[in-house]
Write a protein that binds this ligand. Structure first.
Ligand SMILES: Cc1cc2nc3c(=O)[nH]c(=O)nc-3n(C[C@H](O)[C@H](O)[C@H](O)COP(=O)(O)OP(=O)(O)OC[C@H]3O[C@@H](n4cnc5c(N)ncnc54)[C@H](O)[C@@H]3O)c2cc1C
Length: 483
């Protein structure tokens, strides 16, 4: 529990209007989009600028108080879950777009700026910000940077790491540093690359320079209906093999289509596998290539191919896909959103195996995924009111992650490890790998106060020697403990 003098120090750091205490008001911050894990923070701090973030973190550093940064709280892996006895630093009030530079094609934002607001700000001049997580109407750039967020169009344009050029960061000891560069290929270690995807464990980003891109001349979106998800998957492989690089290649299975239809009436055909293909670029190229894509769809048995003929039709096709996670709530009382990656070539085999595993567990799994880069999002459906079913669903989703690793993939494509996948990280990486990652973390945060007890399978102390676990001398002396 914070002492009255610590609370006074936090109040001095962020101002009385920037400090939230009191159980009822703190409950808003006890979890993110992964609601199975909840921890009530001791206080929430709402700084208005970098100096206030610095002052707040200095209080934390002085007293060894753990802190976690928070954007919109849409994370799905428990990344913004507070640490017991710790505080939340919410970036919600730092939501200004500070600079728009069309000549150098970049925008400088505060971390609390909502993803879709960046494109809205520059669209009039013919530009856009490429990473487009399905949560883009609410999630923040700070959260995107911390999670290296992806989205449907990252197949062609790359993840957040490709677009976050330079960052102002407050490190866990309260220092203000600049990582990366607005100029291309700066010398030295790629510390901006290290920070992106670090899930709030290396400090708080307070300003971010983002790359913006010129809108392509033409965009075409195609929907194709197949009798099996394997046929849709095969079409994805064939499109890539034909040297076509779509802006987006997404697949939804029958359950996901049913849910999306119930929620947003996207007029999707009732089918076992729905493929969305978007091409963009010079008009003639897009039109020619789209003809080839349609032929490949038909060759793999597509019985309907529907091209969007207006911006409204295109938006509706995407609305169904982007609403799919939340829409699953229409067909199941509870569900777990998983996020794993497999090589594209393993798509058919892994999807068949997931189907088999789900049947064996007596559970349903809806599949919605970024097929182009092999990023699966199996949604494991269950009823929390049925005793034991939540545990079965958790076990099934963990087994799906192991399957992804066994097939040469990864336990996360874009949602991060957070609290949810700590154990799974231990399945993917060996002890020396984890110890090496820990060295990076300790270089930024020797006290271990920035979003502790996340990512790694178990809490590690910074002075701990790499290798098999042996108690740290502080632990042995009863001064520190692992929890
Ligand atoms: C319906 C739905 C659809 C989604 N679709 C996608 C998708 O397509 N692609 C995708 O990648 N994700 C998706 N997500 C997950 C989520 O939206 C992303 O992970 C997003 O980047 C989180 O942003 P946020 O602002 O909500 O961050 P939060 O959830 O608040 O925080 C996420 C992590 O970032 C850290 N953090 C936040 N701000 C900062 C900062 N300024 N400095 C340092 N660390 C910080 C937090 O400590 C935490 O570890 C989806 C989520 C939902 C609910």
């Amino acid at each position: 529990m914070l002492s009255p003098s610590q609370i006074a120090e936090f109040r001095a750091a962020v101002g009385a209007g920037g400090l939230i205490t009191g159980r009822n008001r703190l409950q808003t911050y006890e979890c993110d989009g992964l609601t199975n894990f909840r921890v009530l923070p001791e206080a929430v701090l709402l700084p208005e600028n970098s100096e206030q973030v610095q002052a707040a973190i200095r209080v934390c550093a002085r007293h060894g108080i753990p802190f976690v940064g928070r954007g919109a709280g849409t994370g799905l892996s428990g990344g913004a879950l507070p640490a017991a006895g710790g505080v939340v630093i919410s970036l919600a009030r730092m939501n200004r777009i500070l600079e728009v530079d069309f000549v150098n094609r970049l925008v400088v934002v505060e971390p609390g700026v909502i993803n879709s607001h960046v494109t809205q700000r520059v669209a009039g001049q013919g530009y856009f910000y490429a990473p487009d997580p399905s949560s883009q109407s609410v999630c923040t750039i700070g959260g995107n940077v911390a999670e290296n967020a992806g989205g449907a169009h990252c197949l062609k344009y790359g993840f957040t790491v490709t677009h976050a050029l330079e960052m102002e960061v407050v490190t866990p000891d309260g220092e203000l540093v600049h990582l990366g560069s607005r100029a291309p290929d700066p010398p030295g270690y790629d510390l901006a690359g290290v920070f992106v995807g670090s899930e709030g464990t290396l400090g708080i980003a307070t300003k971010i320079a983002l790359r913006i891109l010129r809108r392509p001349e033409a965009v075409q979106t195609l929907l194709a209906a197949f009798d099996s998800i394997q046929a849709a998957g095969q079409t994805v492989s064939d499109i890539i093999a034909a040297r076509i690089l779509p802006a987006a290649l997404e697949i939804m299975d029958a359950l996901a289509i049913q849910a999306a239809e119930a929620a947003v009436h996207a007029h999707y055909p009732v089918c076992a596998g729905l493929l969305l293909v978007e091409l963009d670029g010079p008009r003639t190229e897009v039109e020619t290539r789209m003809g080839e894509v349609q032929a490949l769809c038909r060759r793999n048995g597509a019985w309907e191919t529907r091209l969007a003929h207006s911006e409204q039709e295109r938006a509706l096709m995407w609305k169904g896909r982007k609403a799919a996670f939340a829409a699953v709530g229409r067909i199941s009382p509870n569900y777990i959103v998983q996020d794993g990656v497999i090589p594209r070539t393993a798509l058919s085999e892994v999807l068949a195996e997931i189907e088999r595993m789900a049947a064996a567990a007596g559970l349903r799994v809806a599949n919605v995924f970024h097929a182009g880069d092999g990023n699966l999002h199996p949604l494991v459906l269950y009823d929390g009111a049925v005793p034991g079913q939540e545990d079965m669903a958790l076990e099934l989703s963990y087994r799906i992650l192991r399957l992804c690793v066994d097939r040469g993939g990864s336990i996360t494509g874009e949602h991060g490890v957070g609290k949810e996948k700590q154990e799974a990280l231990g399945y993917m990486y060996s002890e020396p790998d984890l110890a090496t990652m820990q060295l990076v973390r300790c270089a930024f945060d020797p006290q271990g106060i920035a979003n502790p007890d996340k990512i790694f399978p178990r809490t590690r102390l910074c002075a701990e020697k790499p290798g098999p676990y042996t108690p740290h001398p502080l632990e042995a002396a009863g001064i520190a403990e692992l929890f």
